[in-house]
Design a binder for this molecule. Structure first.
Ligand SMILES: *[C@@H]1O[C@H](CO)[C@@H](O)[C@H](O)[C@H]1NC(C)=O
Length: 260
């Protein structure tokens, strides 16, 4: 099983064309990846994209439970019944967003979309449709590096630059790390639809044991001395998804060494 390091994506996605931003973080101090990435989207066009982000946040938290409720049948009269059932298994706030989204398309279509989305939040939000689609997009990494390349346990900067000719569709930037103790680490960041251009991003990796890691919830990375390989992918849709509007645009990798 992959140890996913849950970090609130909203707190993580920082975005500036050709500029890296670094926000001081308190809450996420012990997470693997402290923050990242790029968005060149002008304020004026943000409205639709924020709906997309709201939808993805909702889907991340609710899609699994929603599908269970639907598969178990029984509940479903209208949007309110379904969303009340969801709220009672999650939270009132999630129930509210559920109602909002369900009312856009109506209960029958909403159920169909949840089933078709097959637990892929991006595809789900494209079906609703709240996330914009660009299937002619592209991206190529021109820079991918980890700094320092060698050092003791602690913070490492993961820097990347990508160039896109046609812009990119709603998708992800995903980071995976091959570790010395064999615990697979990975995290993906929502990467909203973006125009053509050159963009760079900066992710801070906290390569030291997390004192808050609870071993009953999964293995805790020890960051043993040795070589680590960091892999990045930029994708249309969810990286690795077989659904429509999904494609890995490009991948790159870099290594760093933790010294004794
Ligand atoms: C850009 O989009 C056009 C179609 O609009 C396509 O023919 C072309 O291959 C795309 N370029 C890249 C780099 O993917």
């Amino acid at each position: 099983m992959k140890a996913i390091l849950a970090v609130t994506v909203s707190a993580l996605l920082l975005v500036q064309p050709l500029m890296s931003l670094r926000i001081p973080t308190t809450k996420t101090q012990h997470k693997l990846l402290l923050h990242s990435v790029i968005r060149p989207v002008p304020e004026a066009s943000r409205v639709g994209l924020d709906k997309c982000k709201m939808c993805i946040d909702f889907a991340d938290q609710a899609l699994n439970e929603l599908l269970n409720i639907i598969l178990q049948g029984g509940v479903i009269g209208g949007c309110a019944d379904l969303c009340n059932a969801l709220a009672s298994k999650t939270s009132p706030a999630i129930g509210t967003v559920c109602n909002l989204l369900c009312d856009i398309v109506g209960i029958e279509e909403f159920i169909k979309i949840v089933q078709n989305a097959d637990l892929d939040p991006i595809y789900y939000c494209e079906l609703l449709p709240l996330c914009p689609i660009n299937d002619n997009g592209d991206a190529k990494f021109s820079v991918f590096e980890v700094n320092p390349t060698s050092g003791p346990q602690g913070k490492f900067d993961i820097d990347f630059t990508y160039v896109s000719q046609n812009g990119t569709g709603t998708g992800e930037i995903s980071i995976e790390i091959d570790t010395v103790d064999g615990i697979p680490l990975g995290q993906a960041f929502l990467h909203e639809l973006a125009p053509a251009g050159t963009f760079n991003g900066d992710i801070q990796l906290n390569a030291q044991p997390d004192p808050d890691c609870d071993p009953s919830q999964g293995p805790c990375e020890q960051w043993l001395p040795g070589d680590y390989t960091v892999k990045i992918a930029i994708c249309n849709g969810e990286c690795g998804s077989k659904h429509p509007h999904s494609k890995v645009y490009d991948e790159a990798q870099a290594t760093f060494t933790i010294t004794q």
